[in-house]
Design a protein around this ligand. Structure first.
Ligand SMILES: [Zn+2]
Length: 106
């Protein structure tokens, strides 16, 4: 999965707020490691890698941890788990982010 494919997918399914986390991973991915899949599960940004060494695994773990605090929609920190249409999303308290997130799963 190229950086562009990953950014497009995450923007569509999660929102633009996590784009910089995707960029963060692609900027630091060790040579030889490629991203197979990127997705959100239980409010956390997840990456599946083709092959992973310990530095790649550490990078992914850091970004998963970071994602629990970053609003999927606006990218602000201080976000938390919010239930939207029976899905767990990671959102800040702004009502506009909730409204935008509620449109994602349809
Ligand atoms: Zn937000």
């Amino acid at each position: 999965m190229t950086r562009e494919q990953a950014l497009r997918h995450i923007t569509r399914v999660c929102g633009p707020g996590w784009r910089r986390l995707v960029e963060h991973v692609y900027d630091r991915l060790p040579v030889g490691c490629t991203v197979e899949q990127v997705y959100q599960k239980w409010g956390v940004l997840r990456f599946d890698l083709s092959s992973a060494n310990s530095s790649a695994e550490q990078l992914i773990a850091e970004v998963e941890e970071l994602s629990t605090d970053v609003c999927q929609i606006c990218g602000r920190q201080g976000a938390g788990e919010v239930i939207v249409n029976d899905w767990i999303e990671t959102l800040c308290p702004q009502p506009t982010c909730f409204v935008q997130a509620s449109k994602l799963n349809f």
